[in-house]
Design a protein around this ligand. Structure first.
Ligand SMILES: [Zn+2]
Length: 327
């Protein structure tokens, strides 16, 4: 590990008060832009509506990009593409999230789909993050606070990290660190505490969820990997996305993954499920037969894609008889 990345400078500011005269390269998604365009007075000279996390599509966009600054307006997909393009172009990046749906607007990497899995390319964090709580509160209910999945995943990710430690499966650059485990548990508790308020679009609740996301990201930045936050629940999401297609939000995939993996790990699922439902994460969008087929293959999938060791690597058919209800 040779570098510790930082979080973006964050301003709490109504989008209508943004004053920027520069030529803007806009990276967005159509529904997100339509939701906030009336608030913004940007001199947009180039626009890219992102539809997939595909590097070849981003490279094609990179060929035509114009502007002095990149703005990402939207959710995870827009910001991941914008980080990629801004890093390639050496341009500053300003991120205007329209939902708290993922942690991507705080991280230095962009997730891309590759050979049926997700890999992360080093890009850069936005230089500036602008949070308009009224915009976040007005986001569609099921994605508004779905970023909680990237904090609740601490419950299952930490368990995997400890499990791998006990099995002697942690590589030298991902050693288990007890005090980091303790810090992560505190962040997890913070998200359980704010779930209901964040889900309702309450400003203090959204603020606490944002703080939990930022702390989780910086904790991972300091240790140089994401084991405290990313484990088997994300592997489930990456795998099941191949069947469900690219249209479903991250939370619709990771949320059920958290409940399923926590149950397989023998953890109490009630507090996690309660927080997921308080944030209106859809837990039943994946058909039961798809869940079963995904779990049957998950050990082989996780090995094949060289994912850090966890419960996913040891799922057997015997486990599949004891799955929790997601309804
Ligand atoms: Zn995630």
């Amino acid at each position: 590990m040779k570098r510790v990345w930082m979080l973006p400078k964050t301003d709490y500011l109504p989008f209508a008060e943004i004053d920027d005269r520069r030529d803007v390269a806009l990276v967005t998604s159509t529904p997100a832009w339509d939701a906030v365009k009336e608030l913004l007075r940007l001199n947009v000279v180039w626009r890219y509506d992102v539809t997939e996390a595909d590097e070849s599509a981003w490279l094609a966009a990179n060929q035509t990009l114009r502007g002095d600054v990149v703005y990402a307006v939207g959710g995870g997909l827009a910001v991941d593409a914008a980080k990629y393009l801004a890093a390639k172009q050496g341009l500053p990046l300003i991120c205007l999230p329209t939902v708290l749906s993922v942690d991507a607007f705080l991280t230095w990497a962009s997730g891309v789909r590759e050979n049926g899995c997700v890999t992360y390319i080093e890009t850069k964090p936005p230089e500036r993050l602008i949070i308009d709580f009224a915009v976040l509160a007005a986001a569609p209910l099921t994605v508004r606070a779905a970023g909680i999945c990237d904090v609740l995943s601490i419950a299952t990710g930490l368990w995997d990290w400890r499990f791998a430690h006990e099995r002697g499966k942690n590589p030298a650059h991902m050693p288990y660190i007890p005090y980091v485990d303790t810090i992560a548990q505190g962040i997890l508790q913070g998200s359980l505490d704010c779930a209901e308020a964040a889900g309702q679009g309450d400003k203090e609740g959204l603020k606490q969820l944002l703080d939990c996301l930022a702390l989780e990201v910086q904790l991972c930045n300091q240790i140089g990997h994401s084991r405290p936050e990313e484990g088997s629940e994300h592997y489930f999401a990456y795998s099941v996305e191949n069947v469900m297609g690219k249209g479903l939000p991250h939370g619709d995939l990771v949320g059920p993954g958290i409940v399923l993996m926590a149950a397989l790990q023998g953890q109490a699922i009630a507090p996690l499920k309660k927080a997921l439902l308080e944030c209106a994460i859809p837990l039943t969008n994946i058909p039961p037969d798809v869940i079963t087929a995904t779990l049957k293959d998950l050990a082989a999938y996780s090995t094949r894609h060289n994912l850090p060791y966890g419960i996913a690597h040891e799922i057997t058919d015997a486990h599949l008889t004891q799955l929790p209800s997601l309804a």
